[in-house]
Every structure is written in structure tokens, then in C-alpha cells.
Design a protein around this ligand. Structure first.
Ligand SMILES: *Cc1c(COP(=O)(O)O)cnc(C)c1O
Length: 392
């Protein structure tokens, strides 16, 4: 057998993950993404996608993409700076900037790439990044990659952030935060973050992966002051509520110009297919006219929160967004509850340590406007019954 040390270490690593029930496996999705899916051969009501508005399988997005494919083919064929920048990308950037209320915007392949690109373009070892402890992994990776000092504050503790900013001697400061926290569903205090950024001459980078399309008539979590401020840089990812793929950064025009020069994950990669921009233009229209979907979503959130209040053993975390975490406690119990729901055709993922703190393993329920009201009620009833049965 050909065996070498590094491969043997990987094999032991995999075995360790397996023993600790931490080996992750990918379920096979056999239908379109959405509230109703076929996974590993079973029809399920899914409470685990980020497709909050049911746009991933929307016919208008698909038709826009198809029309663009017929006209322009599939591949962009080059990076943006070397003829890959299609008129459709350009139109989407302009429409996106206008929609979120910033002067300019730039499309990236993914949110992960955008976060890496923006932080490394703006900061160097002369900088300091201030980050909420519960920020998305891609923001943490970006902060580490850019070479700046990396300072984290306890989740939502803006007094601690203020003290850290006061102490900082860095030339360039950047505060970065999820706008909607992806595991807890709560919303950052963007107004106070902006006030702190202004008081301490820092950039404010807001990652609105889960708010864009949902909050504030779909425009996402930016308030008026943040729209006006040249120091606020806004990120929306487009694979969640927007139902497609990719990401867009909206900012002051000169910041966008700088990113075109310096964001390595923008410069050194192939442009996304133009058909994606066409789908995203259709998605923007769906989001803009999506008031009824957001109203349905709001009703589902209210139904779930009312239905799951006052459980004997488990606790719904405070959240006004479609991300509704139900804290169960230990990993094994969270997994067991998730399994029992699955037996009833309800797909709700268990999120375990180390993704969330020890003892706070949870079901991460995410709601979509594409759920039917009685499906949300079914989930509530199933969870209430399991909670009651545990008591006996
Ligand atoms: C999903 C997510 C990202 C990554 O976006 P992709 O487009 O999926 O790469 C970044 N930040 C947050 C908060 C996210 O939830």
C-alpha cells in the first residue's frame, strides 16, 4: 500500500471526527432549492435554506438567465479587467447601488470573496480590524488575511468596542459586523456602530448577507445615515434572499474605484457568467415588488414565535428575522430532536459546537415566504409535542 505520513494524519483526523460525531456529510438535494425539497429520496418541508423569499426557483429569474444564455452563452471568458466585464454586470451594479442607496457598487463572485477582497484592499499591517465575536467565518478569515491587528469584541458589546477604539493607535481602523447574525438571527445596532466609526475615524463594513431582500422593504439593514456616510461599506450576498449567486459591495464611488484596482479576489478571477447578472436584475425587481412575500414572511415569524414561546425545556432566541434559533442545549439532544422532526418530514438542521458555544446547541429554523401557513403550524405543533414528551 502506498502510504505517506501526511495522508495517514488525514486518515486519523477523519476517524477522530467520526468518533466525535463531528464528521459532516452532505445531503443530496434532488429537487430545486426552496421550502419544499426532495433530499436523499424523501419529500420534505425544509426549514434550512436561506431562500427567504422563495426566489431560488422563481420562473422570472430562470427566464432572465435563459434569455441571457441564448444571447451571450454561459462563460464570461475573462476577468473583469480583461474584457470579462459585461454590460449586464454593469447594469446590475448600477441598479443595486441605486436600490440600496449608495453611490456605486461592485459585483464579486461570492460573499466570501468580497469580504477577503475588501479587507485586504483597505487594510495592511498599519491597520486594525474590530470585529464582533459572532461575525461570519469569512469576515474573520479576511481580517486575518489582511495583516492588520485583529481585535474582537463580545457579541453586541459596543461599550467594549468603544474602549478598544479609544486605545487603538492604528493608522487605519475598520469596524466590521454582520448586520443580521447568521446563527442567532439578531440585528446589529448599525446606528451606534456608525457613531463609533465617526467618532474614531474608522471604516464601517457591514455584511448584510441575511438582511438584503428581507429588511427595510428589501433594501437591507442600512439606515439613512449609513447610506449617506462615505465611510460605510455595505455587502449583500446574492445567494440567499436574492435567490441566485454572488455578492455586491456598495460604497462611495472612490472606494469602488479602489476595489477595482486592489481587491485581489476581484482582479485575479474570472468574471461571473453574464447570465447571472441578468438573473440578478430580475431578482432585484422581484425584491423591490416583494412586499407581499415579506408580509407573509413576517406572519410566519410571528406564528412561530407565538407558538414556541413558553416551552418547558427549550428556548427560542430573541430574533425578528427569518433566522429563528431554538436553543436545545447539548449536541446529542439537538441532533435527536432534529432527527425526530425529520421522521415527520420536517427538515430542520441541528447546529452544534464548535459552530455555536458549548451548551447552546440549537435547531436553526429558517423561514421562507414560500412556506404555507399550515407548514409553520405543523412545525410548531411537532416541536411542542417533543418538548412535552421530554418532560415525562
Ligand atoms: C453566507 C454568508 C457569507 C458568504 O456569502 P457567499 O456568497 O455564500 O460566499 C458572508 N457573510 C455572511 C454573514 C453570510 O451569512
Amino acid at each position: 500500500m502506498s502510504e505517506f505520513d501526511a495522508l495517514a494524519r488525514i486518515r486519523r483526523g477523519l476517524a477522530q471526527l467520526e468518533t466525535g460525531s463531528l464528521l459532516r456529510k452532505r445531503a443530496l438535494l434532488e429537487s430545486a432549492q426552496g421550502a419544499h425539497v426532495r433530499v436523499d429520496g424523501r419529500e420534505l418541508v425544509s426549514f434550512c435554506s436561506n431562500d427567504y423569499l422563495g426566489l431560488a426557483h422563481d420562473p422570472q429569474l430562470a427566464e432572465a438567465a435563459l434569455a441571457a444564455i441564448k444571447k451571450h452563452g454561459v462563460g464570461a471568458g475573462a476577468s473583469h479587467l480583461l474584457t470579462g466585464h459585461h454590460r449586464l454586470h454593469h447594469e446590475f451594479e448600477q441598479a443595486f447601488a441605486a436600490f440600496v442607496g449608495k453611490p456605486a457598487a461592485l459585483m464579486f463572485s461570492t460573499g466570501y470573496m468580497a469580504n477577503l477582497g475588501v479587507l485586504t484592499a483597505l487594510l495592511s499591517r498599519h491597520g486594525e480590524v474590530f470585529a464582533d465575536r459572532l461575525n461570519h467565518a469569512s469576515l474573520n478569515d479576511a481580517a486575518l488575511q489582511c495583516g492588520a491587528k485583529f481585535t474582537r469584541y463580545a457579541h453586541g458589546d459596543l461599550d467594549q468596542l468603544e474602549a478598544q477604539l479609544k486605545k487603538s493607535a492604528a493608522r487605519d481602523k475598520l469596524i466590521c459586523s454582520d448586520l443580521v447574525f447568521s446563527m442567532d438571527g439578531d440585528i446589529a445596532d448599525a446606528d451606534r456602530l456608525l457613531a463609533l466609526a465617526e467618532a474614531h475615524d474608522a471604516w464601517l463594513y457591514l455584511d448584510d448577507a441575511h438582511g438584503f431582500g428581507v429588511l427595510n422593504d428589501g433594501r437591507g439593514g442600512l439606515g439613512e445615515a449609513a447610506r449617506q456616510s462615505p465611510r460605510v461599506i455595505y455587502l449583500a450576498t446574492l445567494g440567499k434572499a436574492a435567490g441566485a449567486f454572488g455578492a455586491a459591495v456598495a460604497a462611495h464611488a472612490e472606494v469602488v474605484d479602489w476595489l477595482v484596482q486592489k481587491a485581489r479576489t476581484y482582479v485575479y478571477t474570472t468574471a461571473t457568467p453574464p447570465m447571472l447578472a441578468a438573473a440578478l436584475l430580475a431578482s432585484l425587481q422581484r425584491i423591490e415588488s416583494g412586499q407581499a412575500r415579506r408580509e407573509t414572511l413576517r406572519r410566519h415569524i410571528a406564528t412561530l414565535r407565538a407558538g414556541l414561546s413558553g416551552l418547558a425545556h427549550w428556548r427560542l432566541m430573541p430574533s425578528a428575522t427569518p433566522i429563528q434559533p431554538l436553543v436545545i442545549g447539548e449536541n446529542a439532544e439537538a441532533v435527536a430532536v432534529s432527527k425526530k422532526l425529520l421522521e415527520q418530514g420536517l427538515l430542520v438542521p441541528a447546529i452544534r459546537t464548535p459552530t455555536v458555544p458549548r451548551g447552546a446547541a440549537r435547531l436553526r429554523i429558517s423561514l421562507s415566504s414560500a412556506h404555507a401557513a399550515d407548514e409553520v403550524e405543523r412545525l410548531v405543533a411537532a416541536i411542542r409535542l417533543l418538548d412535552a414528551e421530554r418532560a415525562r
